[in-house]
Design a protein around this ligand. Structure first.
Ligand code: 1CP
Length: 342
């Protein structure tokens, strides 16, 4: 029997949509915090295949999600390309910055990324052995624009200002950076698939700050290139694209990029997306992550509303963005129980 997530990704409309959750392994789970403490810092956890596999499995054991997502981070690719990367507790990631064409030219070639990233492939091999037979293993990478915003600013930014400024100052050098990340991402995701990932997802968390031609050139085109290269090497592996906060640009995104599924944030309504986006194939997501903090009847009502809105086509249930550290695991259980038992 084919796994439910793979069936939905092939275009099947299922009576109960399969479910997983962005950031399902994370700080809202006490068992994650315990393993994280054992590993030391966040990067040591990412690069420790046994412990990374353990935290990937924790939400599967606790909740029985239909998919597991590899535990790693989108910022490992910049590190593999030669950037310095560290995490400041309570604040987030920090990287050495790229400020001009010379900085782009100094990056390592895409084919070199495996040297740094090989422990990630080992995590995937462990998970392929240890996951329950019905659970799908999802690999992932950041989309080039989102990864570039961190490489340029050296940290997360509310408006991606430094990346926009670089783009305006030197579009050629900026395009070279996007091309470099694009090639590295093809290498990385291909190797994840070779190791056992059954689906891959591209996270373009900051796609919403690209408009017009910039969206075409730096969100749509790189995703299309990555997906075409992956389909060439691995024609049967489905790809989920997440151009977060793309708004109206969600329309036609799957067709333009070749993605098998588009992940929706909670800034668009499920009813709108059902008529404008789901007509091209599978959709995923859309539940406001704040429900995982607040719970209660509003959570139950929204799960039912989203399920109903997407019931006419292929759908994978998920949040509109990652679950937050202040979420209550009981609300996750309530979401799953509402979905599966009406
Ligand atoms: O302290 C901790 O334990 C670290 C918190 C944490 C976690 C659990 C970070 C730091 N990364 C992760 C894991 C992670 N990151 C996963 C694992 C799989 C899962 O979903 O369970 C994934 C898919 C990511 C992807 C990721 N990392 C994205 C894209 C998705 C999104 O949330 O928008 C982004 C933007 C990052 C960068 C990053 N890594 C970590 C933080 C706190 C951030 C955001 C930094 C910022 O913008 O300020």
């Amino acid at each position: 029997m084919t796994k439910t997530i793979l069936r939905a990704l092939k275009g099947e409309t299922l009576p109960t949509p399969p479910i997983w959750m962005m950031r399902q392994a994370g700080r809202y789970l006490p068992e994650y915090k315990a393993t994280r403490a054992q590993a030391g810092d966040f990067l040591s956890l990412c690069y420790n295949p046994d412990l990374a596999a353990e935290v990937t499995l924790q939400p599967i054991r606790r909740f029985g999600f239909d998919a597991a997502i590899l535990f790693a981070d989108i910022l490992l690719v910049p590190q593999a390309l030669g950037a310095d990367l560290w995490f400041v507790t309570g604040e987030g990631p920090r990287l050495s910055t790229i400020t001009d064409a010379a900085g782009v030219a100094a990056l390592k070639p895409a084919s070199d990324v495996h040297e740094t990233l090989s422990p990630i492939y080992e995590t995937i091999r462990i998970l392929s052995r240890e996951l329950p037979a019905e659970t799908t293993l999802i690999g992932f990478a950041g989309a080039p624009w989102t990864v570039a915003t961190y490489m340029i600013a050296g940290r997360g930014t509310p408006d991606q200002g430094p990346a926009h400024a670089f783009m305006e100052a030197d579009r050629t050098a900026f395009t070279a950076l996007i091309d470099c990340i694009t090639e590295a991402t093809v290498e990385y995701l291909s190797a994840q698939i070779d190791a056992g990932a059954e689906v891959v997802k591209l996270f373009d968390s900051w796609a919403g700050s690209l408009k017009g031609r910039d969206f075409d050139d730096f969100a749509l085109a790189p995703a299309a290139r990555i997906i075409a290269a992956l389909k060439d090497r691995h024609p049967d592996i489905p790809v989920i694209a997440f151009p977060r906060q793309a708004g109206e640009r969600y329309v036609g995104f799957a067709k333009a990029t070749g993605a098998d599924c588009v992940a929706l944030d909670n800034g668009v309504s499920a009813e709108w997306a059902a008529t404008h986006v789901q007509l091209d194939g599978c959709v995923q997501g859309n539940l406001d992550p704040r429900h995982m903090v607040a719970g209660g009847p509003d959570l139950v009502a929204d799960v039912r509303r989203i399920r109903k809105a997407f019931s006419g086509g292929p759908h994978i249930f998920n949040l509109g963005h990652g679950i937050t550290p202040d979420a209550d695991p009981d609300n996750v259980a309530l979401m799953i129980e509402t979905l599966r038992n009406g």
